[in-house]
Design a protein around this ligand. Structure first.
Ligand code: NDP
Length: 496
């Protein structure tokens, strides 16, 4: 068995000694970060155990499942529903392309739900096979840390098993949080929203983040009446303001009722559904109320206080830049550390952990130029700095290039929805600091732009790149004139 440790002298101190453990590494949580870390560690020669609760494909009572939130009740099922919902608009758009679509188009929610569940079950099987093919031993049960080198796994039948390990990795992710609103038990979270028995005819969504905006698009795309309530002027706080306005316009254009500066005061069960009373005194009736009000780290049941692992006020496990906690044998990756809560980031952190601890290479996750996407319909995707962040961080002027256009496809379909792109450039160095796009295929396009930003591309290099014609993506290399020049520290202005 390989016991290769990292080169970094300071980090390797805790690895000294000659204790005999059941495992080199025991991982708690088989989601994106945990599976990646355990497989890569095993590939480096470590003896690895991992625990995770078994899951029921429909019930949301038992939170668990190899694959984790992303595969079981997050990114993957959500994206399947986004695809499902997108066909509604596609069918409308197809009419001007010559497709004869009968007046009444039916949508069968139960069929999509079954197909989604089948796919999740298939992926869960693939993840389990990936673990066993790497030689990682899977234990189905809930993990708890009982000592710096000891994990207790409680199986569903209550049996408790104890394992020792030289290193323990916490990769337990996060879970949806519910605001303390009167009648909150009547609302659901994204866990249940992904497995509803019936498609809600009337949905009220509280929140203006990723999940709120994505579910608004999903349900509206399937024909539901959707009311989206959020506290700020625009949804998606923290994203580029101009692009937030574009998303809001598109959501409204697709028929979603937006309620800015609004929250829920009370939920009341009635014969006709759930009565939603807003803080403005407005009343809305709903079949489903979704709370999409953020997630909190899954750290409470791990016994961290007893073993001395520090957490912050949100319950996030505190780690250093190598993902190591204050207890040298215990590490943590992914949402439970609340650094940047995205699947690919958890994968990166898991990879770096394995390289550092078992691969003989000190590896710190690099959080620069991480692209992301909100899978609204159409999607928003971006990488690098927003205009507001660039203005705040820059020393000199910022050049903003924007393009707002009707994609070729819409000219025939008649859809009134502009695609908007934006580049934020450092006026002194010409370096592209940020790119964003709201329009069809934004995420697919942004992945390539992210490589350019990671390489430090300048606007001149974007300009010298030949476009692919006809495509929307080519606009990123043909934005010749500056939309505005903004001085560092000034207030951003938007033109769109
Ligand atoms: P977000 O943190 O993105 O958004 C939370 C929203 O809830 C904000 O609009 C916030 O409002 C609002 N909110 C919080 N508390 C309250 C409250 N008490 N009353 C009313 N509104 C409230 O969380 P999500 O739940 O949407 O998603 C969780 C995380 O999951 C994301 O941050 C992201 O990391 C990840 N995710 C990523 C996806 C992707 O990559 N496509 C998709 C889905 C999730 P305010 O802005 O006013 O604070």
């Amino acid at each position: 068995m390989a016991r290769k440790m990292l080169n970094d002298g300071e980090l390797s101190k805790a690895d000294e000694g000659d204790a005999h453990y059941d495992f080199d590494l025991f991982v708690i949580g088989a989601g994106s970060g945990g599976v990646r870390a355990s497989r890569f560690s095993a590939n480096f020669g470590a003896k690895v155990g991992i625990c995770e609760l078994p899951f029921h494909p429909i019930s949301t009572e038992v939170v668990g499942g190899v694959g984790g939130t992303c595969v079981i009740r997050g990114c993957v099922p959500k994206k399947i529903l986004v695809y499902g919902a997108s066909f509604g608009g596609e069918i409308e758009d197809s009419r001007n392309y010559g497709w004869e679509v009968n007046e009444k188009v039916d949508f069968n929610w139960k069929k999509l739900l079954q197909k989604k569940t089948d796919e999740i079950v298939r992926l869960n099987g693939i993840y389990k096979r990936m673990l066993s093919n790497s030689g990682v031993k899977l234990y189905e049960g809930e993990g708890k840390i009982v000592g710096p080198n000891e994990v207790e796994v409680t199986q569903l039948d209550g049996t408790k098993l104890c394992y020792t390990a030289k290193h323990i990795l916490i990769a337990t992710g996060s879970r949806a949080q519910r605001p303390p609103i009167s009648g909150q038990e009547l609302a659901i979270t994204s866990d249940e929203a992904l497995s509803l028995e019936e498609l809600p005819k009337r949905a009220v969504i509280l929140g203006g983040g990723y999940i709120a905006v994505e579910f608004a698009s999903i349900w509206r795309g399937m024909g539901s009446t959707v009311d989206l309530l959020f506290r700020k002027e625009l949804p998606l706080r923290g994203f580029d303001d101009e692009m937030r306005a574009v998303v809001a316009r598109n959501l409204e254009g697709r028929g979603i009722n937006l309620h800015p500066r609004t929250t829920i005061k009370e939920l009341i069960k009635t014969e006709d559904g759930i009565k939603v009373i807003t803080d403005h005194g407005e009343e809305l009736m709903a079949d489903v109320v979704l709370f999409a009000t953020g997630r909190i780290p899954n750290s409470k049941r791990l016994n961290l206080k007893a073993v001395g692992v520090e957490v912050d006020e949100t319950g996030a496990v505190k780690v250093d830049e190598y993902s190591r906690t204050n207890v040298p044998s215990i590490w943590a990756v992914g949402d439970v550390t609340n650094r940047m809560n995205l699947t690919p980031v958890a994968l990166m952190e898991g990879t770096c952990f394995a390289k550092t601890v078992f691969g003989g290479e000190s590896c710190k996750p690099d959080y620069t130029s991480i692209p992301c996407a909100v899978f609204s319909i159409p999607p928003l995707s971006l990488v690098g700095l927003s205009e507001e962040q660039a203005i705040e961080q820059a020393k000199g002027d910022i050049l903003v290039f924007t393009s707002s256009f009707n994609p070729l496809r819409n000219t025939v379909s008649g859809r009134q929805e502009k695609t908007v792109m934006k580049l934020v450039v450092d006026g002194e160095t010409d370096k592209v600091l940020g790119a964003s796009m709201c329009g069809p295929d934004a995420a697919e396009i942004m992945q390539g732009i992210a490589v350019a930003l990671k390489c430090g591309a300048t606007k001149a290099q974007f300009d010298s790149t030949v476009g692919i014609h006809p495509s929307s993506a080519e606009e990123f290399v043909t934005m010749r004139s500056v939309t505005r020049r903004v001085s560092a520290g000034s207030k951003p202005k938007t033109n769109l």
